[in-house]
Design a protein around this ligand. Structure first.
Ligand SMILES: C[S@@+](CC[C@H](N)C(=O)[O-])C[C@H]1O[C@@H](n2cnc3c(N)ncnc32)[C@H](O)[C@@H]1O
Length: 574
């Protein structure tokens, strides 16, 4: 859409546009404010509306064209709290999140003076904040926490952090019945969950635990005093809230590396797509405010979409995750294509008819079937769903093993070498290993950049380029995989600049000067392009500590590239 870049109020040439609709320009903030009051407030209406159908339930659909980077909405969380699905290791840690502010604290050191749940300090402001610990503290006070000297096991059994978010949701009815209604009307898939292992797990871990420790004692007092604080607190409601959290809660990464969960009633209305058009960020300095933005231009009539699963998992894994945790079968363009948009992210090497690889790749015959057999794209060989499953679980175990401990460079190299016999070079398991290996080459003891043999340095560069090609297809604007891509781009430029230095150092006797200049210039240009791209995509990650640190490194690398240009013995032009 061609937009005249003139101030919406005075008509002067202007550069800054309205962040909401991205359509009207302003010469200064004062004119923007004035125009908002007199006119733009009514024009800058939301470019989407809530719709509903049988298959998806509620979703947002664009009512007009939406430009990339448009802020779709911002929203404060209805509740935030510790992750509601902690694994056993996380649940049994003696370092726990403060119930007031989620900072790390030691179990048994400081506590909330009223309910005696762990806190970072006795006067943490979050303890009395009605949106934070204030929400559930009044109910937690009915519990009987273990005392110092009691069996350590009783501490882990009592302080079940993974049940807190459910309790917080329940407690919203005390603060605001309207908020509670909004929450309880979110999708819980109650009927579909009943009978699943998730339901049984939540029944013991959350529902029975909350009733036994806090809700029954509260109800006893309510009966005695003839006054009801919690009007709704039956088992079914607690299970519905568990389902609502499972289907709708969003994971928020904190600066201290911890992850918490938040429930955003508007944010959770966006449907899932494996190649989404929108993305979100959290602002940790503003109470975990959520901002949803258009990741690319969106056409009128398109559904607004985000991703509920990992973008770099293969189709079978993504679809299984969505089916078990979100109760639907994804049929998006990427899931429907056996090659996953030509990336071959799940493809297996065909072993051929005589046990001799034919050079082709095995792909699912019907990627939308959960039990599809696979066939080669080059020869008549077919393999069964069970064979694929068996191979994938064995390979998955090996990858998890190497990733899960402090493995050496050689262990990574060996596993990649071995798996290349079975998997397409772009397979997501290889991608996971390569993403780690490119960060080891250049940083690990004995593998510092200046120590890497030319061949290894070139391998690092090749892996980075290959990974970026996949990202360019699956997330062309890099809004979904910004951190992942940022890391690759930084490593890619490091390899390129090291190659540039080495080429510069080589004597003219080895290389004709023209070739030398060409290589040096090309590598240098590509390195600068990587850094400039990383700088742009990391803007979306400024709410996270990781994103900020990575951007700092990118800016430092840009400075280094600049000084290299100034010192260059062969010309490096801009
Ligand atoms: C976070 S909620 C989204 C809001 C939900 N549609 C509602 O009406 O409350 C997630 C649920 O929406 C539905 N959903 C989301 N994306 C979908 C898709 N691509 N295909 C089918 N159902 C989808 C599924 O029922 C899923 O469990």
């Amino acid at each position: 859409m061609e937009v005249e870049k003139k101030c919406g109020l005075c008509g002067e040439a202007s550069k800054h546009k309205c962040a909401g609709c991205q359509l009207v320009y302003y010469c200064c903030p004062e004119h923007q404010k004035k125009h908002w009051r007199v006119k733009h407030k009514n024009e800058c209406a939301k470019p989407y509306e809530l719709a509903k159908n049988e298959e998806i339930g509620r979703f947002f659909v664009a009512t007009k064209a939406i430009a990339k980077d448009t802020i779709l909405f911002t929203e404060n969380p209805l509740v935030i709290g510790p992750k509601w699905n902690l694994d056993e290791y996380e649940q049994r840690s003696a370092i726990v999140p403060c119930v007031g502010c989620f900072a790390d604290c030691h179990l048994g050191q400081f506590q909330c003076g009223l309910c005696r749940w762990p806190a970072c300090k006795p006067d943490c402001p979050g303890l009395t904040n009605a949106n934070l610990h204030g929400l559930e503290c009044g109910i937690l006070r009915f519990g009987h926490p273990p005392k110092p000297g009691d069996d350590p096991e009783s501490f882990f059994e009592y302080y079940r952090y993974d049940a807190l978010l459910v309790l917080k949701c329940l407690a919203t009815q005390i603060r605001s019945p309207a908020l509670f209604d909004q929450m309880i009307n979110l999708e819980s898939h109650y009927e579909a969950r009943k009978g699943t292992r998730y339901f049984r797990d939540a029944d013991e871990r959350v529902v029975s635990y909350l009733i036994r420790n806090f809700l029954e004692p509260l109800q006893k007092l309510e009966l005695k005093e003839g006054k009801q604080v919690l009007k709704i607190c039956d088992r079914k409601t607690l299970h519905m809230i568990s389902g609502i959290l499972e289907v709708n809660a969003m994971v928020i990464p904190l600066a201290n590396g911890r992850e918490i969960c938040g429930l955003y009633p508007i944010g959770c209305m966006l449907e899932h797509c494996c190649i989404p058009n929108s993305f979100y960020t959290f602002d940790c300095s503003k109470g975990m405010k959520l901002t949803f933005k258009a990741g690319r231009d969106i056409k009128k009539g398109e559904h607004l979409s985000t991703t509920y699963t990992h973008s770099l998992w293969g189709t079978q894994l993504r679809r299984e995750h969505l089916k078990t945790n979100k109760y639907f079968s994804c049929k998006c363009e990427r899931c429907s294509d056996p090659t996953e948009l030509g990336t071959f992210l799940s493809a297996l090497r065909c072993m051929g008819l005589e046990g001799e690889p034919c050079g082709g790749f095995q792909l699912p015959i019907d990627p939308l079937s959960d039990v599809s057999d696979w066939k080669c794209n080059n020869c008549p060989v077919q393999i069964t769903y069970d064979q694929v499953n068996f191979l994938m679980s064995k390979i998955g175990e090996e990858v998890d093993d190497v990733m899960g401990r402090k493995s050496s460079v050689k262990e990574f190299e060996d596993l990649i070498h071995k798996l290349q016999n079975f998997l397409h070079p772009n397979h997501f398991h290889l991608l996971t290993l390569k993403h780690s290996l490119v960060q080891m080459y250049g940083h690990f003891k004995g593998f510092l950049l200046s120590e890497l043999p030319d061949e290894m340095l070139k391998r690092k560069l090749q892996m980075c380029r290959d990974m970026m090609r996949i990202i360019d297809t699956l997330d062309p604007q890099s809004f979904r995989l910004s951190l992942y891509a940022g890391v690759i781009l930084l490593e890619q430029q490091a390899a390129l600049l090291e190659l540039t230095k080495r080429t510069q150092r080589k004597s003219e006797a080895e290389f004709p000067r023209d070739n030398q200049i060409g290589d040096v210039q090309r590598n240098f240009d590509e390195a600068v392009q990587c850094l400039n791209r990383a700088k742009v995509i990391l803007k979306n990650e400024m709410g996270t500590q990781q994103g900020k640190k990575l951007l700092e490194k990118v800016l430092e690398a840009l400075d280094r590239a600049d000084s290299m240009k100034n010192m260059a013995t062969v010309p490096l032009v801009d």
